[in-house]
Design a protein around this ligand. Sequence first.
Ligand SMILES: [Cu+2]
Length: 129
Amino acid sequence: MRRLAALSLLGALTLAGCGGGPSYTHVTDGVLKVDLDEYTLHPENIEVPAGTLHLVAHNSGRLTHNLAIESLDRETGEEATIYGRTDTLQPGQTGREREPITLKPGKYRLVCTIGNHDDLGQYGELKVK
Ligand SMILES: [Cu+2]
């Protein structure tokens, strides 16, 4: 009986994808396709293998948005490190990364850096494995 419980717990973890925390959309081809709206990212949390990444961000909202990859941890008052980003996208526009992006394993933030969109919840997490 105890063994059965352990097995089903394992199954639940596998289903959740990455064992607790947010659920991640798994991207295997290195292309992060993200839809931007007021004030969300779809998908919000993405997991991707380390290496070269591409951004394909589509603004389906009514305001301008962009997509940037930032460091997850920073000291209070310190600027986040930007690892890659798109240009500012007008409503209906799709944009790609400005410069080539290569990421090492770790956790990063996906965020819109325009105005106070970050504070309004337009961010997610990028897990690089
Ligand atoms: Cu925005």
